[in-house]
Design a protein around this ligand. Structure first.
Ligand SMILES: [Zn+2]
Length: 114
């Protein structure tokens, strides 16, 4: 095992974020500052859309299957979820649900069962 130095311990682990291109920007209602409203991953797998809902959450769409994934508080959180695999896991559960795999036993981590 490698010894961990104090500097390494103090450093926060860097979060992996999916590289994206911003596809829509609109000025904020109050400040007039431009805000991001939609984005697409550079690999074409994910689309990120900000919702005009309380807290303006970001929804994530898995483009190859057209499946809407979970909602995230910020674009950064959504990009982190697509980078670390948790967004894909969520989408796979939705697809299993749509195939009827949760009919006999509900999956507590499934966004449709709950
Ligand atoms: Zn389900």
């Amino acid at each position: 095992m490698r010894a961990v130095t104090a500097t390494q311990r103090a450093r926060k682990p860097r979060r992996e974020l999916t590289p994206v291109d911003i596809t829509a920007r609109f000025p904020a209602f109050r400040s007039g500052r431009l805000e991001n409203w939609s984005a697409a991953s550079r690999d074409g797998v994910w689309k990120y859309e900000r919702l005009e809902d309380a807290g303006t959450p970001w929804s994530v769409v898995h483009v190859p299957t057209g499946t809407e994934g979970s909602w995230y508080g910020t674009l950064t959180a959504a990009r982190e979820a697509t980078a670390n695999g948790s967004a894909l896991e969520y989408v796979e559960r939705i697809q299993a649900h749509q195939r009827g795999e949760h009919k006999t036993e509900r999956d507590i981590r499934c966004g449709r069962c709950n």
